[in-house]
Design a protein around this ligand. Structure first.
Ligand code: ADP
Ligand code: 5GP
Length: 203
């Protein structure tokens, strides 16, 4: 087993199915930890503070930034989002894999700071399917849907920053592909160096 967990950057346009895929993945791998972001956007109905996000004012968000408590942060469609660093470091050092579900500006920051991370971009089967999903979710008003669709094309252009691209057409197949990527990443020789060296020392 790897001693340090995998840091996984998981991105894709709004409505592509990231939350749905992560729920599916967590059912299969309950030991994975999902980072809870801070955000200045308002909660959607059913969302809980401390479970879905840490909902906060801009002043509170700025305070965390001033105290250097965020691994990354970005402004997306008029709201701020950021990843609190402390839980991430703790989980990784305890051997848990940690998923950051973040947009592409934040993804670029993590890729730069932590080049050993695993980065996965989720693509829709088509832009029309993405629009359908965003509308059928029914959580945003028309203006927000338009903002998010406009952002989507620019985000998709950033797919090549990411190590992997997975199309979420069939949900089960996409979830299986993500699980396969994570399994293969764990077997990278460089991630298993300590264990290999220990085996050699004891030989
Ligand atoms: P995101 O987290 O990327 O914004 P969600 O997980 O909220 O997206 O999914 C947006 C909508 O698309 C939801 O209504 C969800 O049920 C639906 N959805 C997710 N994956 C699929 C899929 N493979 N096929 C059809 N609909 C999907
Ligand atoms: P939503 O408002 O739909 O929950 O999220 C909007 C976008 O913000 C999504 O692309 C989501 O991945 C991204 N996001 C959520 N949390 C963070 C975060 O901590 N940092 C960054 N950079 N993006 C985030």
């Amino acid at each position: 087993m790897n001693e340090q967990g995998l840091l996984i950057v998981f991105s894709g346009p709004s409505g592509v199915g990231k939350d749905t895929l992560l729920k599916r993945l967590m059912e299969k791998y309950p030991e994975i930890r999902l980072s809870i972001s801070a955000t200045t956007r308002s909660p959607r109905s059913g969302e809980e503070h401390g479970k879905d996000y840490f909902f906060m004012t801009r002043e509170e968000f700025q305070e965390l930034l001033n105290r250097d408590k965020m691994l990354e942060h970005a402004e997306y469609c008029g709201n701020y989002y950021g990843t609190p660093s402390e839980p991430i470091e703790k989980w990784l050092s305890h051997g848990h894999d940690v998923i950051l579900e973040i947009e592409v500006q934040g993804g670029a920051q993590v890729l730069k700071k932590r080049p050993e991370c695993v980065s996965i971009f989720i693509l829709p089967p088509s832009i029309a399917a993405l629009e359908n999903r965003l509308r059928s979710r029914g959580t945003e008003d028309e203006a927000t849907i338009q903002k998010r669709l406009n952002a989507a094309k620019e985000e998709i252009e950033k797919v090549y920053q990411y190590g992997y691209a997975v199309v979420n057409d069939n949900l089960d197949e996409a979830a299986d592909e993500i699980a396969a990527i994570l399994r293969a990443e764990k077997r990278r020789s460089q991630r298993n160096k300590e264990q290999i060296e220990r085996m050699l020392r004891n030989a």
